[in-house]
Write a protein that binds this ligand. Structure first.
Ligand SMILES: [Zn+2]
Length: 415
């Protein structure tokens, strides 16, 4: 056995073990506090709501366990299990021109990965979300979403795959430099196009109705240097009753989006505070920063990919005896996340720091107490747990725990 084969198997087993251990810790932490509402929330969250949030968190963790095991099994089956080698061999007989053949091997791999995710998504939507009263997605809408998602992925990713394969074979030893350039251009283009051209294929976006709320929101946005026409309400209620708000897009397509469910649930002062939080993400350039970090990682990734492509042991060590550039790409896409797993806590930490920074910005430019009230409602209505496991949070949570956020926004409420 090649040492790299062993290293890959160990990394795959270790990452799965850590994931399952973290999920078990999360379930234990949530269950242990199921019957005790944390003091700062005692006034706003009824014991029944708190217990429901615990049960919801445990139910979602159950899906996540299956998802993690299936993901690891897929990575193993595709590499050492011979999946990528089998796809390549099956299409070698198709007598297509070399490059079409290579793309034709990559496409079913992507399709397979997408199809494997669908039953889990259906379980989450129609079992878990439905059981807790959140789901509004009909089977027809679910199927339409899946088909649209596949079509968009094919439209965006197939041309990118063709371009990468062409560069790998025609651009010489330093092919990875223009390949990274193409990747960076693609990422920026998608980041820019998403809110304006792709998201509207799934949801309707409209402006807030004219009135005092819109006036207040426009004046707040203007004070914070944001184009008020970039504030939208999205029909999130088409799919679920969960409420949320987010900041997205680059350049002239920057948008702050409220779910209609959130607009219905929050008082005007609370909505303004949430807007101020999202404006914080905008003013502090969090989207651009995240894009820069991911492009830095991609640069290193392409350099590594080019180096691995020159190592005669790499593809055989992952189950492809005689591969080409297309199997190199597929093996790299499958194996890299297994090793990148160790970076997960760093990206979660960066995200939580951004959330604290946006909360601070909101406290300065709006009303800290109103944001704290909005957060309490959001956690309660979304059945988000108030008592997560600290290690699970450190590893996975993109947002700091509710208690930590409220403690900074409204220290007086903290018992
Ligand atoms: Zn945020």
């Amino acid at each position: 056995m090649h040492p790299f084969t062993l290293l890959f198997v160990l990394a795959l087993a270790a990452s799965l073990a850590v994931e399952l251990w973290l999920l078990a810790r999360q379930v234990r932490a949530v269950r242990a506090q199921r019957d005790r509402v944390p003091a700062p929330f005692a006034a706003a969250v009824r014991p029944a709501d708190h217990a429901r949030a615990a049960d919801y968190t445990v139910a979602r963790a159950g899906v996540a366990v299956v998802e993690r095991v299936a993901g690891a099994a897929f990575a193993f089956a595709m590499t050492l299990g011979g999946g990528i080698a089998a796809l390549d061999a099956a299409l070698a007989h198709a007598a297509l021109p070399t490059q079409s053949n290579q793309v034709a091997t990559m496409a079913p791999f992507g399709l397979l990965a997408a199809l494997l995710g669908l039953p889990l998504e259906a379980w989450r939507t129609f079992r878990v979300e439905a059981r807790f009263g959140f789901n509004r997605t009909t089977p027809a809408l679910f199927a339409a979403d899946a088909l649209k998602g596949l079509a968009i992925a094919a439209l965006l990713l197939l041309p990118l795959a063709v371009l990468l394969l062409w560069l790998m074979q025609r651009a010489g030893a330093a092919w990875w430099v223009p390949a990274f350039g193409a990747w960076a251009a693609f990422s920026v283009l998608v980041g820019w196009a998403w809110p304006r051209f792709i998201a509207p294929l799934f949801n309707r976006f409209r402006e807030l109705e004219a009135g005092t709320l819109r006036d207040a929101i426009e004046s707040l946005a203007r004070r914070c240097g944001f184009e008020p026409r970039g504030v939208f309400v999205m029909d999130g209620s088409r799919r679920s009753t969960h409420g949320n708000a987010f900041f997205t897009g680059l350049g002239r397509n920057k948008r702050i989006v409220f779910f209609d469910t959130l607009v219905a649930a929050l008082a005007p002062a609370e909505l303004q505070a949430v807007l101020a939080h999202e404006l914080g993400h905008f003013r502090l350039r969090h989207v651009a920063l995240r894009l820069a970090v991911s492009l830095g990682l991609a640069f290193a990734g392409f350099a590594l990919l080019a180096w691995l492509g020159r190592q005669p042991w790499f593809q055989p060590a992952l189950g492809v005896a005689a591969g080409g550039p297309h199997t190199l790409l597929l093996l790299f896409m499958t194996a890299a996340p297994v090793f990148l797993f160790v970076l997960r806590p760093l990206s979660a930490l960066l995200s939580r720091r951004h959330e604290f920074a946006a909360d601070r910005y909101a406290a300065e430019h709006s009303d800290a107490a109103a944001l704290a009230d909005a957060l309490v409602k959001l956690y309660r209505d979304n059945a988000s747990t108030l008592t997560p496991d600290p290690l699970y949070t450190a590893f996975h949570a993109s947002h700091p725990p509710a208690l930590a956020r409220i403690a900074r926004l409204a220290p007086d409420r903290h018992a």
